[in-house]
Each structure stands twice: as structure tokens, then as C-alpha cells.
Design a protein around this ligand. Sequence first.
Ligand code: SOE
Length: 399
Amino acid sequence: MTTAKPLRVGMVGYAFMGAAHSHAWRTAPRFFDLPLDPQLTALAGRNDDGVRAAARKLGWGSVETDWRRLVERDDIDLIDICTPGNTHTEIAIAALEAGKHVLCEKPLANSVEEAERMTEAAQAAAQRGVLSMCGFSYRRTPALALAKRMVDEGRLGDIRHVRAQYLQDWLSDENAPMTWRLDKSKSGSGSLGDIGAHSIDAAQWVTGQNIVGVSALLETFVHERPLVGDLVGLGGHGNVGVDAPRGTVTVDDAAIFSAKFDGGGTSTGAVGVFEATRFALGRKNAMRLEVNGTTASLAFDFEDMNSLSFYEAAESPDAGFRRIFVTEPEHPYVGNWWPTGHGLGYEHGFTHQVVDLVAAIGAGEQPSPSFSEALQVQKVLAAVEASAAEDSRWQKVQP
Ligand code: SOE
């Protein structure tokens, strides 16, 4: 039985991310020693029946049908925002101003202006010991955390190339129904902000270099989709509503862009190519990152998430890439789980996210990624959209 002080969590939203975060809040203190003991105190959702059913299923102690009540309650220490991007700004700023720590799903916001306001509120709140983080959870995949460790240790030398793809195929069927993710007023963008944001954050975090310019193309392949019941969440597959009335898709289905990095203050900036799509038929959640340095290269594919491919030039020339099975106790996070070789899953990244957030709050230190780091990703997203709107003209990223 822990003696740690409770950290009473109020979560807004209970769909895919709400379920993943709930699992993480419940699991983290059972596998990691935390300075605070997370409590699943309250779940907020607009639909009374829906939020009560979700609270029972996901293990939350009470419910609210208005997120503002979570912000007002004095038995809530942290607000976890698991709702579409158009709601992040209002909820996060209200929570921070009420003295609640905040975990906000990615991307931080639907515009640079919103992200700037959130960052200002976060920086002001931090002065009062109220801390915040943006949920770029792939940083907490052990193999990607190992990749960062290897780059930081200088194992790759200077970084020359970044190759980042995030390939899904859940919209390949033209009759897959409308969802909030296809409505710009809710999601801000399509594949670009939903999955491309992960690639941008992971590439910048692993290499330690920020993107300073892009040339981009955005494409929408299917412009109208069946409106079937409530806008379904991720994975509305199949001809569920082929004869239903159709709604207009207002976001990109695919985003591709080239990028120039800043070199991280140490060397010539790397060059990068990025691809994010929901039409890569057969690719389900292939979040891929390859980094080529002057002495070594590494490659990661989330569809083989317990492995990292590594090539070191100093080894015999015909050595080729070797597979590091990232399941050893000395690998990031792994030692708290299973014996070597047993592997981890998608949900573990969210648990590790909670572990690092709670550790930072317990130590009174700024969690990473901060809202300011997430603002930089938002600026890259904006530069991609600006470039695509001007026939792929090279676009500098706002400093
Ligand atoms: C949908 O593309 C999605 O659920 C993203 O929104 C998540 O951030 C990603 O982890 C999995 O795919």
C-alpha cells in the first residue's frame, strides 16, 4: 500500500484516447514507484448515460457532464484532456488558471494562435508550481527512447537524413463514414495533425534538431463520406452507410513534405522527408523513423515496436543492419515490466507517459514535452499548410 500523496485526476473525454489514458493512470503505480499516487477521481463527458457507462468500464470514481465542474472541484489536482483539438485551448487554460496540472493530447491545438495562448498560460502557471505536458506518447516507446539515447551518446555522429512516415489505411474505403477527425472545425487538420504531428515531434526529439523550413503537398482523395449515426471514432470501416446522406471532408487525407533541420546548434542541419496518410492500404499503424548519421544509422517501425534496426559503419562492411530487440532491463522503461524477450505494446507508451509526468510533478520539474515544445510542432504544421496552399513553395517555420 503506497504512502504517496494522492494525485486526483479528472479526465475529459472517454473515446480511444480516454481509454488509453485510463489504462495508463490505473497501471503506472502498479509497475513503477511514483512520488504521487494517481487516483481516477472523475470522468467528464457531455452524454450522461455515455459517461456513466464509460466511468464504470474504465474505472473512474465519479462523473460530470460538464468539464467546467472538474475545473471547479477542489478534489481534482490534474485535468487530462482527451477530446478533439478544438476543445483543448479553453479546457487547458481554464484548468491551468484554476491551479490544476494539465496533460493535453496531441496536437496541442488547432492553430498556432491557440497553441501560443496555451503556452503562455502554461508558463504563467508553472511559476505557481502548476505543470503541464502534451501527450506525444511515442517518445515513451522503449525503442524510440533508446534511439534518442543512442543519438545523444553520439553513436550516429552528425545527422544527415531523417525519413519519417506514419502510414495507416483506415480511410482507404471511400464508404468509411464521417468522423470528427475529418471535420477541420474539430480536428484542425487530417493526417497532418493527427499522425504527422507524431512524426514531427519524434524526429525533432530523437535528433535534437528542430525543423526550420518545409515544402509540402496535402491531398484529399475522398471529399464526401456517409453520415452514419454519431460521427464514429477511429476505424469506421466498411460500407456501413453506403446509401446514407454524405458529409463533406474538410481536411487532408495525406500529407507529404520535405524539411530542413537546424542542426541543433552543433552541425549542418539534417534534411528530412515526411509522409502521413490514412490511405496506405495494408499499413495499419506504421509509424516509422529512419535516421542516417555519419557513423551509424537507425530505423524504427511501430508495427515491429519492440525492435530497433541499427547499422554501425565501424562494424565489418558487410555487417548490414542488425536488430536490437529492445526488451533488456537496461533499455528505457523495460526493466519495470517483463523478463527479456516478452515485449510491450501500444498501451505501454501511455503508461510511461504517466510515469514521467507524475515523476516531474512530484519533483516540481517541467514535464517534457512541454506546451512550448508542442507549440513548435504546431508551427511546423502551420508551415506545411502554408506551403501546400502556395504550390509547395518553400516555407520557413515561425521561430
Ligand atoms: C488515429 O490516427 C490515431 O488514433 C492517432 O490519433 C493517435 O495519436 C495515434 O497514436 C494512433 O492513431
